[in-house]
Design a binder for this molecule. Structure first.
Ligand code: GDP
Length: 356
């Protein structure tokens, strides 16, 4: 038990600790929530503990379900996962599909995720798209898991913010039928670092803690702006007619310069409430210096001190492509040209064949 780090294992508020010591009924906050609210809260462990856990998974004959955020593949990667689970079957689950516009074909997203996984050395047995917010999706996911687990246990792994806790809670609801029957006693194998959900044949779905991926866009904005980098609703694309020499600012979080090419429409796929600001490329640096945290927000003025500087990466476009701002969204560029994309230092920006 500890009272210092809310996100870490064994946390209990000081007042609850004192009361617990008095009454002899002492739980950490996570077990308390599981017991009283039937809710599993995410928990983080250190990189070392996580490595130990992955080694354990690698030594087990189990299906590994790696949950990732479709909007943040790079921010979802577990470094070195392929080395630990080289002997295991891995099912790659792209979560938050409900945010994708209807015009985006699932097959294209899956292909892209598979390609990116291969680049990371991971060879998943299959790629599934799901939404933790939709019961039908979760049922479908359960069927896929059933197909690939061949009677084995299932380990669910993922870094924080990909929606793993939400998905696990939906899986529990689906697996047990009734969310209200969840108590710690129903989960006898539950320890501080693992929660075992019993399946019909005596196997388990094991929820594992996540590690923090420090390069997620989500870590660079204040709590009130989180919704802008983790959209809740289906994205409505917005098209801008741009000439070379123009710049788009995505709040103050990212920037796209159109450097060379004919006038063309560029389409932004971002949270519907993120303000996109168009300006001249000439003077865009000065514009950002003056307005970041003000007109260009998020980040807010209070967050600016800890907000990394934007760094630039140039892309030469040959065919219809998406410039992907990891964890934020993407801009589709239809025709040939040269663009430069700017992101907070540490966040990834990459190019892919256009999804739409
Ligand atoms: P964890 O850290 O991986 O356990 O992530 P959480 O379960 O705490 O989820 C992180 C954020 O993503 C929360 O704001 C969730 O509401 C949101 N989220 C989780 N799953 C989905 C989903 O399928 N669709 C959408 N739109 N949001 C989701």
């Amino acid at each position: 038990m500890q009272t210092e780090d809310k996100e870490a294992i064994g946390y209990t508020p000081k007042s609850a600790l004192d009361k617990g010591l008095e009454t002899g009924e002492l739980y950490c906050q996570r077990c308390f929530r599981l017991r009283h609210y039937n809710e599993i809260a995410g928990v983080n462990i250190s990189d070392d503990e996580f490595l130990r856990l992955l080694t354990e998974v690698g030594n087990t004959d189990a299906l590994v379900v790696n949950v990732i955020d479709i909007f943040d593949f790079n921010g979802s990667v577990i470094p070195g996962l392929h080395r630990f689970v080289s002997g295991n079957d891995v099912l790659l689950v792209g979560n938050k599909r409900d945010i994708l516009p209807k015009s985006v074909k699932a097959s294209k997203v899956k292909n892209w995720l598979r390609e990116r996984a291969h680049e990371e050395g991971l060879r998943p047995v299959d790629v599934v798209l799901t939404s933790a917010h939709h019961e039908d999706d979760v049922s479908e996911l359960m069927e896929e898991i059933e197909t690939y687990r061949h009677g084995r246990d299932v380990y669910v792994v993922g870094v924080t913010n990909v929606g793993k806790s939400t998905l696990i809670n939906a899986i529990i609801k689906n697996a047990t039928g009734d969310a209200d029957v969840i108590t710690t006693s129903r989960f006898p194998g539950t320890t501080l670092d693992k929660i075992e959900i019993p399946l019909d044949d005596g196997s388990f779905i094991v929820d594992t803690p996540g590690i923090i991926h420090r390069h997620q866009m989500a870590h660079f904005v204040g709590p009130n702006d989180l919704k802008l980098v983790s959209p809740k609703k289906e994205i409505k694309p917005k098209t801008y007619q741009l000439n070379a020499g123009q710049t788009l600012f995505m709040g103050g979080l990212a920037r796209l310069d159109y450097i060379q090419g004919d006038k063309q429409g560029m389409t932004g796929y971002f949270d519907n409430h993120l303000t996109i600001h168009r300006t001249k490329l000439e003077g865009a640096d000065a514009f950002y210096a003056k307005h970041a945290g003000g007109l260009l927000t998020p980040p807010h003025a209070d967050d600016m001190a800890n907000f990394p500087k934007l760094v630039r990466k140039e892309f030469s476009i040959k065919d219809k492509s998406d410039i992907v701002f990891s964890g934020l969204g993407w801009v589709r560029v239809m025709n040939r040209g040269v663009v430069a994309a700017w992101v907070p230092e540490g966040v990834d920006v990459l190019i892919r064949k256009a999804l739409v």
